[in-house]
Ligand binder design. Structure first.
Ligand code: FMN
Length: 131
């Protein structure tokens, strides 16, 4: 079995036109991820991005390095990097997850935010979505 690598990070969005720029990120991500064998999820709380990418070790690492350099966000901080045996999101070349999805899973979720206090809770909830 070939090695798979999952990388999760939070970053500070630098979007001037959030709606259109988010769609552009998704569109280019899906096209390229399909080529690279990358799957994952992207969340945006209005301030921060949270993303998990997973795929072949080299491709995940190379993609992450490119994402870090992207001017549409900064302060990229990875908080989950691991080799995995199976993908959490095998069917999603890059799925945008909104608050309506996580609200069902995190009971006390009044707010969809990825501040330090909430980050891991939200991420854990999201990882369970696909399970
Ligand atoms: C928050 C965020 C998430 C991104 N996720 C991906 C992704 O999953 N896959 C991808 O190919 N590009 C993603 N990108 C875009 C890359 O940073 C980069 O623009 C894209 O790979 C094209 O790179 P290139 O212009 O060097 O060819 C993301 C960008 C941002 C800001």
């Amino acid at each position: 079995m070939s090695d798979l690598l999952t990388i999760s990070y939070r970053s500070l969005a630098r979007l001037r036109e959030p709606t259109s720029q988010l769609q552009a990120i998704l569109k280019e991500s899906r096209r390229r991820n399909a080529e690279l064998g990358i799957t994952g999820i992207l969340l945006f709380d209005g301030t921060y991005f949270m993303q998990t990418i997973e795929g072949p070790l080299d491709n995940s690492a190379t993609l992450f390095a490119r994402i870090v350099e992207d001017g549409r966000h900064d302060e990229v901080v990875p908080f989950g990097v691991a080799k995995i045996a199976t993908r959490a999101f095998p069917d999603w070349t890059m799925e945008l997850i909104g608050p309506e999805v996580t609200a069902d899973i995190v009971p006390d979720m009044e707010e969809f935010d990825f501040t330090d206090r909430r980050l891991r809770l939200v991420h854990k909830a999201v990882m369970n979505i696909a399970a």
